[in-house]
Design a protein around this ligand. Structure first.
Ligand code: AMP
Length: 232
């Protein structure tokens, strides 16, 4: 039988919980996650030529150029989609051009890919607090997301240390109030065009209410995954 991979596109405002749920999907379901934001931060941390170029772009909350993002993910994506993997793209595509480039990759593959878009729906004002308190594991193989808000369910067991791998936690340089508001604006500028693009291409967008507990959101994603039958 022909091999078929599954691709989930996690869409939603920065801070809507895509990273947290992606991490649960990787640990509990064995899915594979690629976060373009994490990839960008890795380049910055390693001070590669690309990292130096995108450092300021990210700090200011702007989007990195489409072609650069594509170059970052293309080989990896083609490789994983040739297997029967279940792959999450977290934070990609963020523009219609990126959606077109992704389609070109899928067309070049000689395997079929089932694609489903999951939209994390939450009001931007409810996210601001989350993002300002957000901390992330510094281990690039882990990158689990925490909340440093006192009393939060998502707080680490030991302050400043990742529950999963024991690495130190850090706060992102772009999680400032100015940058967040700018990232929201940019997100809204592109959101409708991307939704229209996928609607025109017959791809279903499943909406998840992201203003609930992590467990409830995760269960919704599992249910959606169970009924995924949309071949693009
Ligand atoms: P995230 O971790 O997804 O919130 O992304 C952090 C930052 O990385 C964004 O604000 C952008 O500057 C950059 N970035 C991540 N993914 C993309 C993408 N698909 N296209 C352009 N820029 C991106």
């Amino acid at each position: 039988m022909e091999k078929q991979s599954k691709l989930f596109l996690f869409m939603g405002l920065p801070g809507s919980g895509k990273g947290t749920i992606s991490h649960m999907c990787t640990t509990k379901l064995g899915w594979i996650q690629l976060s373009t934001g994490n990839l960008c931060r890795e380049h910055i941390q390693k001070q590669t030529e690309l990292g130096k170029h995108i450092d300021f772009i990210i700090k200011s909350g702007k989007l990195v150029e489409d072609e650069i993002i594509l170059e970052m993910i293309k080989q990896w994506l083609m490789h994983v989609l040739k297997s029967e993997a279940v792959v999450i793209l977290d934070g990609f595509p963020r523009t219609v051009r990126q959606a077109q480039l992704l389609d070109e990759i899928l067309q070049d593959l000689d395997t079929k890919t089932q694609m489903q878009i999951i939209y994390f729906d939450i009001d931007s004002e409810k996210i601001i607090d989350r993002v300002l308190y957000r901390a992330v594991c510094t281990n690039k193989k882990c990158q689990h997301v925490y909340s440093l808000k006192p009393g939060s369910d998502l707080a680490p067991r030991v302050s400043g240390i990742c529950d999963y791998c024991g690495s130190p936690l850090t706060q992102r340089s772009d999680d400032t109030i100015e940058s967040i508001r700018h990232r929201f604006d940019i997100y809204y500028q592109n959101e409708q065009d991307i939704k229209n693009y996928y609607k025109d291409h017959g791809c279903k967008i499943s909406i998840v209410d992201a203003d609930r507990s992590v467990q409830e959101i995760f269960e919704d994603v599992e249910k959606i995954a169970g009924i995924c039958n949309n071949v693009c």
